[in-house]
Design a binder for this molecule. Structure first.
Ligand code: 5RP
Length: 225
């Protein structure tokens, strides 16, 4: 029986195998944040010299990449990336996701938006029939905290301030439990439209393209329907 850590490693290794044929001296890839992304970054160190560098979705991942001697580029200096590799807190069969457990959701969404394909790496426990058991993170500009919280309550959610946490962008996170997510792209648009919301952790308007989910029987590869 593989542990969750071993499953995460399996998924990170599958992503390294997936990207290897795409690499070249001018190629820049996008790299996410979290414990699974950390394992991917550690493996990417072995491919140093086979790519130009990476754009990171957080200060944490940037430091880890740099610690391995990998070049970290500013997204403003990068026009295209073949892939963005990152984990998820929940993913469904349509490859819609909830992200932001690590609080890096806004930069994750930005970096992913520039890449041709989002490759989601996770263990199979992240695969759900319906999104929403994991409280939905929303990054909010501090002065809008109560206004956004009231709007979220009106939508049926129970917001909770992530205590003592400040995002890389200087904002707060509201973790919202109890939402019924029948229409993930619609809810994403609605939440993102609230004044003071930087972005919500639904990645559904543009979800993952491929999911490499580690199971006890090996990698299960899902593609966007
Ligand atoms: C960070 C994220 C992560 O992708 C998500 O929390 C999954 O993390 P892990 O790989 O540690 O389970 O969205 O903001």
């Amino acid at each position: 029986m593989l542990t969750q850590q071993q499953l995460k490693q399996q998924s990170a290794d599958a992503a390294l195998a997936f990207i290897e044929p795409l690499l070249g001296p001018d190629v820049v890839i996008g790299v996410g944040t979290g414990s699974t992304a950390d394992l991917f970054i550690d493996g990417l160190a072995r491919l140093r010299g086979r790519l130009r560098g990476a754009v990171a979705s957080s200060e944490r991942s940037a430091a880890r990449l740099a610690g391995h001697g990998l070049d970290v580029l500013d997204l403003n200096d990068v026009q295209a990336m073949p892939v963005y590799i990152d984990g998820a807190d929940e993913i469904d069969a349509r490859l819609h996701m909830i992200k932001g457990g690590g609080g890096a959701l806004t930069r994750e969404k930005i970096v992913a938006s520039v890449a041709d394909r989002y490759i989601c790496i996770a263990d199979e426990s992240k695969l759900v029939e319906r999104l929403g058991a994991f409280p939905l993170p929303i990054e909010v500009i501090p002065m809008a905290r109560e206004a956004v919280a009231r709007a979220v309550v009106a939508l049926g959610g129970q917001p909770r301030l992530r205590d003592g946490f400040v995002t890389d962008n200087g904002n707060i996170i509201l973790d919202v439990a109890g939402l019924h997510i029948d229409d993930a792209p619609g809810l994403e648009a609605r939440l993102n439209n609230l004044p003071g919301v930087v972005t919500c952790g639904l990645f559904a308007q543009s979800g993952a393209h491929v999911a490499l989910l580690a199971t006890q029987q090996g990698i299960r590869e899902l593609h966007r329907p």
